[in-house]
Design a protein around this ligand. Structure first.
Ligand code: HEC
Ligand code: HEC
Length: 238
């Protein structure tokens, strides 16, 4: 009787774990995968520890001589931190390319994005694993954010609650970045970055920093990242 019961229980446990496996396999759009995809979108070669590309990426327009080399291989360089390409922050400045954003693929089919990454223009086949391309595609289709809801395009002001942002910052970020946002020493102060490029900062808060121990906060409500961004804009700029 006891043995029977044990076998039944084991059978049940096996059944449940098989079910859990199926669930895990289909739920690829978990926040961890999306954050990894976001970091790959930012700087894939840093995330996968591949050598830095040295050539200038084929689709980079000849007319833009301000950037060359590895920067031109990052998705963000052509499609933007706000995912809007020529229609967003990169409408002007050193990353002006005239290339469209990827907003159109929000809610779209990840396979379509993988196909674009493998096309002649992009040529990412063989440069990273298929699983990495899938993570980027999941990010583009299920993880990108309409930043205009959280950042005023003209004034660059983050629409968040500064005092809540302060609490989040002083619990989540302070150990690595210091109370005034001036650590680590080898990066610009967070106050400066956040006022200059709030879209980049929002992307990093959501997804983390490639190759560093920094967490991605995308499992929290999006408003949290806007609150943090709003607080960062009050920190010293130099
Ligand atoms: C050097 C510039 C450059 C880089 C880097 C780049 N792309 Fe693109 N991307 C383009 C160009 C140019 C187009 C438009 C191609 C066309 O018109 O056929 C495009 C189009 C796209 C589109 C289709 C957009 C649309 O509206 O049809 C997607 C999706 C896309 N890229 C994803 C990515 C991803 C993901 C990465 C990073 C792994 C990436 N791209 C890196 C230049 C770039
Ligand atoms: C475990 C440590 C750690 C935590 C926690 C952490 N970060 Fe970071 N963060 C880093 C490191 C390390 C870097 C890379 C620094 C460098 O490039 O020199 C970084 C980079 C950044 C950057 C990009 C800077 C750049 O120039 O590219 C931003 C923005 C940022 N962090 C914001 C935050 C915010 C906001 C929080 C809290 C929500 C946070 N970080 C939490 C370690 C951390």
């Amino acid at each position: 009787m006891h043995i029977m019961k044990g076998m039944l229980q084991r059978g049940l446990i096996l059944g449940i774990s098989a079910l859990a496996l199926v669930v895990v396999n289909t739920a690829v759009a978990d926040e961890g995968t999306l954050a990894r995809g976001g970091k790959l979108y930012d700087k894939w070669f840093k995330v996968i520890k591949a050598p830095k590309p040295t050539d200038t990426h084929r689709p980079w327009p000849k007319a833009n001589t301000k950037k060359k080399g590895n920067a031109t291989h990052r998705c963000k360089s052509c499609h933007g931190w706000d995912y809007m390409g020529k229609d967003g922050a990169y409408a002007s400045g050193s990353y002006k390319t005239g290339i469209p954003g990827v907003r159109k693929f929000d809610g779209g089919d990840p396979a379509g994005v993988v196909a674009v990454m493998k096309d002649k223009t992009h040529g990412y086949s063989g440069k990273m694993a298929d699983a990495d391309m899938t993570a980027i595609a999941m990010f583009v289709t299920k993880g990108q954010v309409d930043m205009d809801k959280f950042i005023d395009r003209k004034s660059k002001k983050a629409s968040g609650n500064v005092s809540k942002g302060k609490d989040y910052f002083n619990t989540l970020c302070v150990n690595c970045h210091g109370a005034d946002g001036k650590l680590p020493k080898d990066m610009p102060p967070l106050g400066k970055l956040s006022n200059k490029n709030p879209w980049e900062v929002m992307h990093k808060i959501l997804n983390g920093q490639p190759g560093e121990g920094m967490p991605g906060l995308r499992a929290l409500p999006l408003q949290v990242t806007a609150d943090v961004n709003a607080y960062l804009q009050t920190l010293p700029k130099d």
